[in-house]
Design a protein around this ligand. Sequence first.
Ligand SMILES: Cc1cc2nc3c(=O)[nH]c(=O)nc-3n(C[C@H](O)[C@H](O)[C@H](O)COP(=O)(O)OP(=O)(O)OC[C@H]3O[C@@H](n4cnc5c(N)ncnc54)[C@H](O)[C@@H]3O)c2cc1C
Length: 221
Amino acid sequence: MPTTVSILETQDVTHNVKRLRVEKPDGFTFQPGQATEVSVDKDGWREEKRPFTFTALPDWDDLEFTIKIYPGHDGVTDQIGKLQAGDRLILDDAWGTITYKGPGVFIAGGAGVTPFIAILRDLEKKGALDGHTLIFSNQRERDIILRSEFESMRGLACVFTTTKEDVEGLEHGKVDRAFLAKHVKDFDQRFYVCGPDAMVDDIKAQLEELGADADGLVFEQ
Ligand SMILES: Cc1cc2nc3c(=O)[nH]c(=O)nc-3n(C[C@H](O)[C@H](O)[C@H](O)COP(=O)(O)OP(=O)(O)OC[C@H]3O[C@@H](n4cnc5c(N)ncnc54)[C@H](O)[C@@H]3O)c2cc1C
């Protein structure tokens, strides 16, 4: 059921990603990794619904979204980028995207990391992060969402790679077969892949060739 909610706070996460803390309607529930359709409660925008993932945990007092803004492209995220505390969003019920099914490797491209934010926060809270790996690919170092939070998650092995610059301390290049072979010792574990269309298709194909079973979610066509 569509519900109108107020934005409580907005914050910059990176140069083009915003965190929106949003009021949680009474009784609203979701699972880590789930998303909902969101629109902006302004004339001309109410029917423009786009999927965004809940990045807070279900037991937090408020909801949270972590949203990459495409400024200059006359879409919903450009509008969201202009919103302030007190402005309103229209949300729908939560629906499944990527569900956690057991320890393994999370592979994300850009804003495709958002379902993993909630899943990893949940595992951290339960003290159950040992044996999990996050491989997070971005074009540039400044694009990396929540790097310090991921790095501080006890038990989580983090591998950051940049494709458009070569930065000391980070891997360089796309997540391809050679990259996977270098960073993954065991392909007999679960893989969760989320990012742009081409990336998800490529990585799932490589993983299948390497004998792995992967869940994938496409974020951008
Ligand atoms: C299940 C699911 C969950 C998601 N969760 C999140 C999330 O938590 N956070 C998040 O940031 N994103 C998330 N996304 C992606 C998000 O839904 C899209 O980025 C969003 O719909 C873009 O809306 P828009 O109206 O701004 O752009 P749209 O008009 O819908 O177009 C978006 C696409 O246009 C392309 N584009 C950008 N600029 C231009 C331009 N100038 N000209 C032409 N094309 C351009 C981009 O590549 C982008 O893919 C999720 C997607 C899915 C499927």
